[in-house]
Design a protein around this ligand. Sequence first.
Ligand SMILES: C[S@@+](CC[C@H](N)C(=O)[O-])C[C@H]1O[C@@H](n2cnc3c(N)ncnc32)[C@H](O)[C@@H]1O
Length: 228
Amino acid sequence: VATPQPSQPSPEPCGWIRAYNEAPEVFNAFAAAEDPDGLATRKLRGLTDFEGKEGLEIGCGTGRFTSELARNFACSKLWACDSAPLMLEWAKGACADLDVEFSLANAMKLPHKTQSVDFVFASWVFAYLPITLLEKCLKECHRVLRPCGEIWALESGDAGQLGAPMDGNIHGLLDIGFEIVASVNTELRFPSETLARETLNFLMESKAPAVQGCSVPHQILILKQSRN
Ligand SMILES: C[S@@+](CC[C@H](N)C(=O)[O-])C[C@H]1O[C@@H](n2cnc3c(N)ncnc32)[C@H](O)[C@@H]1O
């Protein structure tokens, strides 16, 4: 898998934070459009073996991957947390009929016992943390992981049109021991051009790509780190 070229990580635009705290429906419109054919999830299923394992999702957002993990990965137990109350409520709704234990929690201080889970999953969480917080977060993930446990992450690559403005700190992740195990070329596909423009402008503000039509090319990276 080609490694993205080094670039300066940019802080998450305020629109994302505003969505987490005040407008989860805007984030959810984005999440519903991202990778609509589920290519990344399918790839992840082929790469992982979560069957019979106990897992924790951090930064679960509105729960799109939480429900996938609970439905299709045969885990024996799944916990999920987010630090934004409105996002967490949405995730609980998305998983109402599923066996997931949710908590309102900061990933820097998880309400889980030491060595109590087999894997940690996080999508679009690590690459946007400043390096000191990333290190703190990973230390906490390693604390809750059992020996030989794994951390799996999804992040945006920079080969899609959305990549550059969303460019998280992929190099920071590689520097601290993540490897890119796959990349998936996909797209954001919105129901209409208006919704595409409104959603991306809200979230990405001045960094939103120019939208022509309902879809935007997008690349998703699947990363992994193992605990010794
Ligand atoms: C880009 S969203 C991704 C949501 C979800 N993982 C997904 O892919 O749809 C990032 C999420 O991480 C959460 N988050 C950010 N920092 C966090 C932290 N320190 N602890 C817990 N959750 C956090 C935000 O509230 C938000 O819901």
